[in-house]
Design a protein around this ligand. Structure first.
Ligand code: GDP
Ligand code: MG
Length: 596
């Protein structure tokens, strides 16, 4: 077997993961100086701007050691956010080792620890790297101490580097070869390949990223997806080396791509196991879980004329995003739109931003919701994630909602406020786990719906940015959910309805009413703004009528000024939604529906 190393890089955000990846690519001659643009693995604009990796990527590097041995190094990038923890796990499953980057001026931070646990769970061999040693604030000894005490790794193995200045990169490459294990696997066994990523190419269709665990795969083989139960014929296999580099075969231990006539990523499941149709593996690779949408929200074009464009935008995004779902939806207030399912709040954010940025469509987004299970009095059951489909409360026997086990890492100083925050968000239990001198893990069992509204931002605030948050879904539990309608001038505004625990209904209704009252301009008449459960009003504010015509304050008969002012008023109206007899500006919806 060839010399192969499969590894990923784990780091807290900003500690230099992308810079190190670029430097490894450059050193191994994967690219010419001209092709080298910064942070090659982070391809989307949003990823670069936010410094997070959303889609994982991989690249095969050719490395020759100083004594002339040739190696293939497969660098597999992992997404860095909880919404995508499924994808992180899949990427880790494709590796034998991981580099753990620690910033010499910052030390170990929350995300590093969280990711370290994940890596250990997957039995990866870990190699610590101390980055940014060029900085005047760098303290290598302190970083070594942290690696010893907080990560439990050998501080003397840690390689000091400056990714930015290219210092120590050769040591990292040698460390990878010497310290990380070679992949195992029998090239003659029945094929087992893990699909850890897939992306859509205009010309080639879907390109699958795979780690071959057992067996060998060649063009013209018919492959069988063990979970999806679908078959495809392989057109091409090869390595990712800045461009697709075709090879006669892929075999056990290797990482590469497969082109096999798959039309859309929606046709397959990432994490699935590929085998050969006529020589199947006995069972798939363990640990498979399909992508699960847990957050739902309706999106509408700001300008109803953009509906067709929005349809096209979603179709385009879905081709490359297996986790995004969407169905037609409509609202009396906002017209036609889509009900979408997301992996989490960041996923929602990213999709929203891409639609606005890449497709230039302004959006209004309804409050995100989880999926509730309802049992009706007649014994039937239904799942509801959209307030529009909430059944008549008198017909409901019971409701249950998804719970999570949240894991929050925080410096000791903030433990009190963190626990308080969890309790405010209906946490049912909290336990503490002392990790190191200044790192506490708070585990909290709480409803997923509670982290969708006003949680993450607050956590960051009370921990001064040091708190990190991760969660896993556990089970559905019985709950007391109600639907709250928001009425403007006695008429319900459908997009503003929301599902919430009874205890929280009033505070949030009041927040909505006050926000609306701020944003809706005065009319000739008094406008009540109310929150109601069924027929019962639980919150209210009033928008007072105007006293004067806007033009009244203009003295004399300056006709042009008067005209200008009226013109301006008319333009303002264009961005309003006529609702009953009230005009609601678009920005009122946006400001009310903000979750942060
Ligand atoms: P990531 O979030 O872990 O991918 O971090 P990046 O690679 O994007 O780096 C974050 C910031 O640190 C960028 O501004 C880099 O230029 C900078 N950086 C990365 N490595 C070094 C280094 O070795 N020395 C210094 N001084 N800055 C670095
Ligand atoms: Mg990065």
């Amino acid at each position: 077997m060839k010399h192969i190393r499969n590894f990923c890089i784990i780091a807290h955000i900003d500690h230099g993961k992308s810079t190190l990846a670029d430097r490894l690519i450059q050193t191994c001659g994967g690219v010419t100086q001209r092709e080298l643009h910064e942070q090659m693995l982070d391809s989307m604009d949003i990823e670069r701007e936010r410094g997070i990796t959303i889609k994982s990527n991989s690249i095969t590097l050719d490395y020759r050691t100083p004594d002339g041995e040739d190696y293939l190094l497969n660098l597999i990038d992992t997404p860095g956010h909880v919404d995508f923890s499924h994808e992180v796990r899949r990427s880790l499953m494709a590796c034998e080792g991981a580099l753990i980057v620690v910033d010499a001026s910052q030390g170990v931070e929350a995300q590093t620890v969280a990711n370290l646990y994940l890596a250990l769970e997957h039995d990866l061999t870990l190699l610590p790297v101390i980055n940014k040693i060029d900085l005047p604030a760098a303290d290598i000894e302190r970083a070594q101490e942290a690696i010893d005490e907080e990560l439990g790794l050998d501080p003397f193995e840690a390689i000091p580097i400056s990714a930015k200045n290219g210092i120590g990169i050769e040591d990292v490459l040698q460390g990878i070869v010497e310290k990380l294990p070679e992949p195992k696997g029998d090239p003659d066994a029945p094929l087992k390949a893990l699909v850890f990523d897939a992306n859509f190419d205009k010309f080639r269709g879907v390109i699958l990223q795979c780690r071959i665990m057992e067996g060998t795969l060649k063009p013209r083989d018919t492959i069988h997806f063990m979970h999806a139960g679908r078959d495809f014929t392989v057109d091409e296999v090869g390595f990712n080396q800045m461009k697709l580099n075709p090879k006669p075969q892929l075999s056990a231990g290797e990482v590469g791509y497969i082109v096999a006539g798959v039309k859309s990523v929606q046709d397959i499941e990432i994490g699935d196991t590929i085998t050969l149709l006529n020589r199947q593996a006995a069972e798939p690779i363990p640990g498979y879980q399909p992508a699960r949408q847990v957050v739902f929200s309706s999106i509408y074009p700001m300008d109803t004329g953009d509906y067709v464009e929005l349809t096209k935008a979603l179709e385009k995004l879905a081709i490359n995003d297996a986790a995004l779902t969407f169905d037609k939806d409509s609202s009396a207030a906002l017209g036609f739109g889509f009900r979408c399912g997301f992996l989490g709040l960041l996923h929602l954010d990213v999709i929203q931003e891409r639609i606005q940025r890449e497709f230039d469509i302004g959006l209004v987004i309804s409050a995100p919701s989880v999926k509730y299970n309802i049992t009706l009095r007649d014994g039937s059951t239904l799942e509801v994630d959209n307030p529009s489909y909430w059944p008549d409360p008198t017909s409901i026997e019971s409701v249950s909602e998804p719970y999570i086990k949240a894991s929050i890492l925080t410096p000791e100083t903030y433990v009190g406020p963190v626990m308080e925050l969890c309790r405010e968000h209906r946490s049912e239990s909290q336990t503490m786990n002392y990790l190191s001198a200044n790192r506490i893990e708070v585990t909290s069992v709480m409803p997923l719906g509670e982290v969708l509204f006003d949680f993450y931002g607050k956590l960051k605030m009370i921990t001064r940015g040091y708190g990190s948050f991760d969660y896993e879904p556990i089970e559905y539990r019985t709950t007391d959910i109600v639907k709250v309608d928001i009425l403007v001038n006695k008429e319900p505004v459908d997009t503003l309805s929301y599902l919430v625990h009874r205890e929280k209904a009033r505070t949030r209704a009041l927040h909505y009413c006050e926000q609306l009252a701020k944003e809706i301009p005065r009319h000739q008449f008094k406008i009540p703004v109310q929150g109601a459960i069924g027929g019962e009003v639980i919150a209210r504010t009033t928008i007072a009528p105007f006293r004067k015509d806007v033009t009244e304050k203009l003295y004399g008969g300056d006709v042009t000024r008067k005209k200008k002012l009226l013109e301006k008023q008319k333009k303002g109206k264009a961005k309003m939604k006529q609702f009953g007899s009230v005009n609601i500006p678009q920005k009122a919806f946006i400001s009310v529906l903000r979750t942060d």
